[in-house]
Design a protein around this ligand. Structure first.
Ligand SMILES: Nc1ncnc2c1ncn2[C@@H]1O[C@H](COP(=O)(O)OP(=O)(O)OP(=O)(O)O)[C@@H](O)[C@H]1O
Length: 509
């Protein structure tokens, strides 16, 4: 059984399945959870389960829909334990069934047979959602940094109602929110590396050089570095060089005295002075002209500078973080960026991965934004349907997290309902011609089928349905049983997978 790091109250899990053996298999999920569990309680009878739900605390309820006569009956269970995580399971999965189960109170849905890892992942995600915001986010980062399992594996009801048991135990674990880092969402390996770098680099005084495409979170990363550093109580001053006319960048950084140039009617303190004792974040550093680059180099070497139009040399102590969405080495080759300045700045590099290279973060981000904007806009969206999830995962997101955030916000404003459907997505994202398959999965399929065909004697041809089944199961394995992700990788709709599974069952295969 999983450990929950010394937390006070173990999680209570109840499983309702009219088949005792299937219920016992499902209950084995407790061993896979990252939190400590009490011995799970198994029910084969729905009435017994209902009676106990109203009397005894329940953190997680896993219900087999066939055992209660269908998803409509789920509502009765949901009202008995309003703060529990409810996962509905069924041997007859379909998208409409999943959506209606969620409408009737399930937080998530799984088609039988499911992998215990997939179930554990869904439960873990839902328990995370019940923590208070700051603690939850801290855990998300902390869990990611320590290899925790916080990636959601499917559509989810994002209900932040704090669970009393989870709340008290987490607070007593001493898990403190690492301020700033909590804003960064993502549990992919590449984002875990970013969190690790931020934690390690934050205490240093050396410059940090953040690279990444537009919208990958460079500014968020810079604020997290500052918030994690000893300078956190001093100012964090951010300057976006791309948003300032070139001839005004110098005065914005170093300030000017009255009359220094036409229009300088007052003396003005620049960003460097304002950041004294704190952090100066220079975004889009590639926008500076070469003369200003040499002044910045001197500032980095000596900490001293002059306000425009002044001869007095001033000194400040500001940590420099800079960022660019250009390739700095190409900029050097093209003569647009000073090589000596690059090496002065490029002491602690943080490359931020584009969203298309960490597709496993897409749903986590999308669900967070959905929850945030649903609340803000007074909507009641709880999650995405499986087709919408698959399309979000398959899309390439050239504008990265910013584009994803804006897309979700736009959908929330323009629509109403409980689940975001495929039809609500912008055409650009729905258009399958723009989809790209995650190469690792395709390669895995190719490798497996190549190996299988070499091993099989010539002439023994596997039936088409069996080949399809192997390919689909390989994809499901690769995504821990997540149908939406497997469907996206295979470039088919999730309903095709549900349909195929039903036809295999009908064959008794
Ligand atoms: N990992 C993340 N988690 C949560 N939100 C994120 C993440 N990355 C980016 N965002 C959000 O995306 C938007 C863009 O982020 P940010 O401004 O930090 O990107 P950037 O790389 O600095 O973009 P640009 O190069 O265009 O300035 C912001 O609203 C930010 O909150």
């Amino acid at each position: 059984m999983g450990s929950n790091g010394g937390m006070a109250k173990p999680v209570t899990v109840r499983v309702l399945d009219s088949s005792a053996s299937e219920g016992a298999r499902t209950a084995a999920v407790c061993a896979k959870l990252a939190v400590a569990c009490d011995e799970p309680t198994l029910y084969t009878d729905a009435t017994n389960c209902l009676n106990e739900l109203s009397r005894i605390n329940t953190d997680v309820l896993i219900v087999d829909l066939e055992s209660i006569g269908g998803e409509d009956a789920l509502e009765t269970f949901a009202v008995r334990c309003p703060s529990s995580v409810i996962v509905a399971v069924s041997a007859q999965g379909s998208i409409s069934r999943a959506v209606s189960a969620m409408r009737c109170g399930a937080h998530d849905f799984l088609t039988k047979p499911f992998s215990l890892d997939a179930l554990a992942s869904k439960i873990t995600f839902q328990l995370e959602q019940r923590r208070p915001q700051t603690i939850r986010d801290a855990a998300m980062v902390s869990g990611a940094q320590h290899g925790g399992t916080t990636t959601p594996q499917g559509s989810a009801r994002l209900d932040t109602q704090a669970h009393p048991a989870a709340q008290s135990s987490i607070l007593s674990s001493g898990l403190q929110s690492p301020r700033g880092l909590e804003q960064l969402i993502g549990a992919s390996t590449s984002m875990r590396e970013v969190y690790d770098k931020i934690r390690r680099m934050a205490p240093s005084q050396a410059p940090v050089f953040i690279t990444g495409e537009s919208g990958t979170g460079k500014e968020l990363c810079a604020t997290a570095l500052h918030a994690q550093s000893d300078r956190r109580k001093a100012p964090f001053i951010a300057l976006n060089c791309a948003a300032i006319p070139r001839d005004l960048i110098e005065s914005e950084i170093f300030g000017h005295v009255r009359g220094a140039f036409t229009g300088a009617s007052d003396t003005r303190i620049g960003a460097a002075e304002q950041a004294d004792g704190g952090t100066l974040f220079l975004d889009e550093i590639g926008e500076m002209d070469l003369l200003l680059q040499s002044k910045l180099l001197r500032f980095l070497q000596t900490g001293s500078f002059q306000r425009l139009g002044e001869t007095v040399t001033r000194k400040v102590d500001a940590r420099i973080i800079c960022a660019t969405n250009r390739n700095p080495l190409e900029e050097i080759s093209a003569g647009r960026f000073r090589e000596d300045l690059y090496y002065r700045l490029h002491v602690l590099p943080i490359p931020l991965p584009p969203l298309r290279d960490r597709r496993e973060d897409i749903l986590l981000l999308a669900e967070t934004f959905l929850h945030r904007y649903s609340r803000e806009e007074g909507r009641s969206f709880k999650g995405f349907d499986a087709d919408a999830e698959a399309a979000l995962i398959a899309y390439n997101w050239p504008g990265n997290v910013r584009q994803l955030e804006n897309t979700i916000r736009q959908i929330v404003v323009m629509n109403e309902g409980l689940a975001i459907t495929h039809a609500m997505l912008p055409l650009l994202i729905r258009d399958p011609a723009r989809r790209q398959t995650p190469s690792s999965v395709v390669d895995l399929h190719r490798e497996k089928s190549r190996a299988a065909s070499v091993a099989r004697p010539f002439g023994s041809i596997e039936p088409l349905w069996a080949q399809e089944r192997r390919i689909i199961e390989t994809a499901l394995d690769a995504f821990d049983g997540n149908i939406a992700m497997a469907a996206a990788a295979l470039e088919i709709s999730p309903s095709t997978i549900y349909r195929k599974k039903q036809s295999w069952m009908a064959r008794g295969a």
